[in-house]
Design a protein around this ligand. Structure first.
Ligand SMILES: CC(C)(COP(=O)(O)OP(=O)(O)OC[C@H]1O[C@@H](n2cnc3c(N)ncnc32)[C@H](O)[C@@H]1OP(=O)(O)O)[C@@H](O)C(=O)NCCC(=O)NCCS
Length: 187
């Protein structure tokens, strides 16, 4: 791998079965999964084991790249960041992430997102990365905006959670934004 997956406070690395405990401890917290789409609650150790196994299979097929977020100071896994739905023809992938509640608000996810985007564009040669967040998930929307994602649209009441419909914010970032070329008109 050419890309260095290391920032100031954190590094990101592939996950394995020894990470099941940390994943379970963090994800079982209802606050962490409150505004996520696919993580069940209550969350069991078995869910974490199945998840790590699924990640390994998907990595083999190059469909999903899931990295643990490791605090350099303690060498502890404090969250995950993934590129999934990797579409080879379109060179697109979706970004998803979570962080254990004790680690929120310290700029950790902003660092992790920068690293995985670099990996996506430079190592996987993606053209576009996209992500979505519930309107209520202000912290997640901020992480995306700070990383350079553009708000592409708001799907009104497109998600149903907690017996209510919610607006969904859709974001995207291109490897390189190229403004339309303005060639002088030739008469
Ligand atoms: C969303 C999440 C990853 C953010 O991670 P984080 O490391 O705390 O984010 P950062 O510290 O890098 O930046 C968050 C920004 O949002 C701001 N923020 C955090 N909570 C906020 C809130 N409730 N309202 C407004 N702003 C908030 C922070 O101040 C910061 O902005 P700033 O840099 O301008 O000060 C984390 O809260 C989390 O794991 N949530 C649960 C899982 C989840 O929702 N995943 C995303 C699904 S789309």
């Amino acid at each position: 791998m050419k890309v260095k997956l290391e920032g100031n406070k954190i590094k990101i690395r592939k996950i394995g079965s020894s990470d099941v405990g940390d994943i379970y401890q963090n994800v079982k917290d209802k606050e962490v999964t409150k505004w996520t789409l696919n993580i069940p609650h209550p969350y069991s150790r078995k869910d974490a084991i199945a998840f790590v196994k699924r990640c390994r299979n998907k990595l083999r097929k190059e469909e999903r790249y899931t990295f643990g977020i490791i605090l350099k100071e303690t060498n502890k896994l404090v969250g995950l960041v993934s590129l999934f739905h990797v579409h080879k023809n379109n060179k697109n992938a979706e970004l998803g992430y979570w962080l254990g509640k004790n680690y929120w608000g310290k700029g950790i996810m902003s660092e992790a997102v920068k690293l995985i985007i670099k990996f996506g564009f430079e190592e996987l040669k993606l053209h576009r990365i996209y992500a979505e967040a519930f309107e209520e998930n202000i912290a997640s929307r901020k992480v995306l905006e700070k990383a350079g994602f553009k708000l592409e649209g708001i799907r009104i009441e497109s998600r149903y959670k907690y017996k209510k419909f919610h607006n969904n914010y859709e974001f995207g970032i291109l490897k390189k934004y190229k403004p339309p070329s303005r060639k002088p008109k030739t008469l």
